[in-house]
Design a protein around this ligand. Structure first.
Ligand SMILES: NC(=O)c1ccc[n+]([C@@H]2O[C@H](COP(=O)([O-])OP(=O)(O)OC[C@H]3O[C@@H](n4cnc5c(N)ncnc54)[C@H](OP(=O)(O)O)[C@@H]3O)[C@@H](O)[C@H]2O)c1
Length: 270
């Protein structure tokens, strides 16, 4: 029997993409799952997929960038299952555009989603997770290691998440909880994934296909291993691993490399 059978996991932003794959992986491992997203239809479809491997799955439709709604999400888990073991802060949106091009509201929206959308659920979940000596996992990005051109809002929101993760690890050192931080590399996306353009408009990203793109199932498996092994940082791509080492030792070299490849990089953002 799996050591995780009957444990309860909330995965924010799990109606599609990486979040849905994490939910599926944890469901296979025996967790009771709470899916979250802002669109009920999308959530219902994801629930049907996950029920094929584990019937203990339910949805809570809410916007985690709203404090009250985040509280209701955590309360729902406790009412439904009486406990909470794992919170995966997966919600995140990216932006496109340099600081000169971008309207201030782009920064506000990215931080509301990526930073506050992780901090609010964490604040409300922490007391229950402490009772179970469970895990809080933050889904970051290799773009959270080093500021990148045209991605300033996204990079800074993901860096802020690292700081929160580090603070909680120290504050909760004696409580026995696990805090994980996942630097995800470029990953396959579900059709119609959205980003925020410099003028604040919502843009739909092009589907990706390249041998360098990770599958969402690969990311989900690594997130599960992070929880199982109670690791702090898991870096999921080779570029991310190299970036992490070079950034800590030779940050100016990293800057030179990014400047030299910035045109290629900008094209890759589409
Ligand atoms: N895909 C990549 O290449 C990549 C690379 C590095 C890191 N990441 C990180 O991995 C995470 C997931 O990325 P993804 O590509 O799977 O994203 P995605 O396809 O855009 O999925 C985002 C999920 O979050 C939900 N959501 C968005 N905002 C929400 C909010 N405020 N409250 C509740 N639910 C919300 C969406 O559903 P609704 O829209 O219906 O609410 C959807 O289920 C993000 O943190 C992202 O930054 C992704």
């Amino acid at each position: 029997m799996s050591a995780f059978k009957g444990k309860v996991a909330i995965i924010t932003g799990s109606s599609r993409g990486i979040g849905k794959s994490i939910a599926l992986k944890l469901a296979k491992e025996g967790f009771h799952i709470i899916l979250n997203g802002r669109n009920q239809d999308r959530l219902d479809k994801a629930k049907l997929e996950i029920e094929k491997v584990n019937l203990n799955v339910c949805c809570f439709c809410c916007d985690v960038s709203d404090e009250e709604e985040s509280k209701k999400l955590i309360d729902f888990a406790i009412t439904q299952y009486g406990r909470l073991d794992i919170l995966i802060n997966n919600v995140g949106v990216s932006n496109r555009g340099t600081i000169l091009e971008s309207k201030p509201e782009v920064y506000k929206r990215v931080f509301e989603s990526n930073f506050f959308g992780s901090v609010y659920p964490t604040i409300f979940a922490l007391p229950d997770i402490k009772k179970q000596k469970g895990s809080i996992v933050f889904i970051s990005s290799v773009a959270g290691i080093r500021g990148l051109p045209s991605l300033g809002a996204y990079c800074s929101s993901k860096m802020a998440i690292r700081a929160i993760a580090e603070s909680i690890r120290i504050e909760e050192h004696d409580s026995g909880i696990h805090v994980g931080l996942i630097y995800v590399g470029r990953t396959e996306i579900e059709h119609n994934k959205e980003s925020i353009a410099s003028d604040g408009a919502t843009v739909v990203l092009e589907d990706r296909s390249s041998k360098f793109i990770q599958s969402t199932a690969y990311v989900a498996n690594k997130v599960f291993l992070n929880i199982k092994r109670r690791k702090f940082v898991s870096t999921l791509s080779n570029i991310g691993k190299i970036n992490l080492i070079l950034q800590s030792r030779f940050p100016m070299l990293v800057e030179k490399i990014i400047i030299r490849s910035s045109k290629k990089f900008k094209n890759g953002l589409k």
